[in-house]
Design a protein around this ligand. Structure first.
Ligand SMILES: [Zn+2]
Ligand SMILES: [Zn+2]
Ligand SMILES: [Zn+2]
Length: 338
């Protein structure tokens, strides 16, 4: 994420702000420019708020040439909780916030969302069960996961080190990009060498995973235990981590946060000095040489506050190789999915 300032008074503001808390200037996010702007100064050019400002807590805007009334993010949501479902609607606001962060990261990487029929069903499992997942461009998210207590209970039950709404979105979008970045680009054979054969029976794999759990040595080759379930899940988990890494590195850079202190993270080949080039043009090895020391430092910072680690994962060499493949596919995906 970038660091944003109020266009009127210069105060640092967040991606989510619709108002400057210092000077009360109305703020809005412009997707085509990836900027938070002072709306009062841009309205003359035809910039207007998304109609979901209250319903979805949306601070995105539409430009003069865009059909209304919803922004690029809100337009992608096909189904939301009914007007009578107060609990579901509160969870919907949180989910839409995570979705906008997801989309920001995709736009920043040059990955398009308007091809492939991407849509979201954001459903509350209050009355009927909801299965989070992806099918043919449609991503379904269980809004119960917006509730901190329920999500934390599920995280503990599944023995996962990390579980967030944003993480769910980043995992599911990995499934969405699989046909676009792999299947349709002639990279399937190389992909199978790294992730395995996706023709493996999915239902049987799922059953095996929940009956037997992951293999004991799963962390040698996989970023998470769930990634061992099936090659498609390995891809989605790895893709989500790639988005975590790129976004967090960008945020650190936006605030001038570079680790210049201890950088020893166990692998001397990854100990290159921080590079200055644009992240898109850097090899993944260069990115990871910044990422590992940063995660050590931020995990230590979190522990100082009595919090869990910010990034509670260890990346084995085989996982870094998969992430590097994702990096290359995303860079070429800027061409196939504008
Ligand atoms: Zn201001
Ligand atoms: Zn919107
Ligand atoms: Zn999945």
């Amino acid at each position: 994420m970038r660091a944003f300032t109020c266009g009127h008074c210069g105060q640092l503001v967040f991606f989510e702000n619709s108002l400057c808390l210092r000077c009360s200037t109305e703020l809005g996010f412009v997707p085509s420019r990836l900027e938070v702007v002072a709306l009062t100064e841009e309205r003359a050019a035809g910039l207007r708020r998304c109609a979901n400002v209250t319903m979805a807590g949306c601070n995105w805007t539409l430009e003069a040439n865009e059909p209304g009334p919803l922004c690029r993010s809100c337009r992608l949501t096909r189904t939301r909780p009914s007007d009578h479902d107060a609990e579901g609607l509160a969870a919907f606001v949180k989910a839409e916030g995570a979705k906008r962060r997801l989309l920001f990261g995709l736009f920043e990487l040059g990955l398009g969302v308007e091809t492939g029929g991407l849509q979201f069903d954001l459903l509350s499992s209050h009355s009927a069960p909801v299965a989070t997942g992806h099918a043919d461009g449609l991503i379904t998210i269980d809004l119960a996961e917006s509730d901190d207590a329920r999500r934390e209970a599920r995280r503990a039950q599944m023995d996962e080190p990390y579980r967030t709404m944003l993480g769910h979105f980043r995992h599911e979008i990995g499934h969405y990009y699989w046909p676009i970045l792999i299947e349709q680009t002639g990279e399937l054979e190389r992909w199978r060498e790294l992730f395995g054969d996706e023709r493996t029976d999915y239902g049987a794999s799922l059953q095996r995973h929940y009956e037997q759990g992951p293999p004991a040595d799963w962390s040698d080759r996989h970023v998470s235990a769930y990634a061992t379930m099936h090659p498609w899940e390995d891809w989605a988990e790895t893709f989500a981590h790639y988005l975590h890494i790129r976004d967090t590195l960008q945020t650190a850079a936006a605030f001038g946060l570079f680790v210049t202190g201890p950088r020893e993270t166990g692998d001397p080949s990854l100990m290159a000095a921080p590079a200055e080039e644009d992240a898109d043009d850097r090899s993944f090895t260069a990115l990871i040489s910044d990422w590992l020391p940063l995660t050590y430092a931020l995990n230590a910072v979190n522990r100082s506050m009595g919090r869990d680690d910010l990034y509670p994962f260890a990346l084995a060499p085989a996982v870094i190789e998969k992430l590097s493949f994702v990096h290359d596919r995303v860079r070429s995906g800027r061409l196939v999915a504008p």
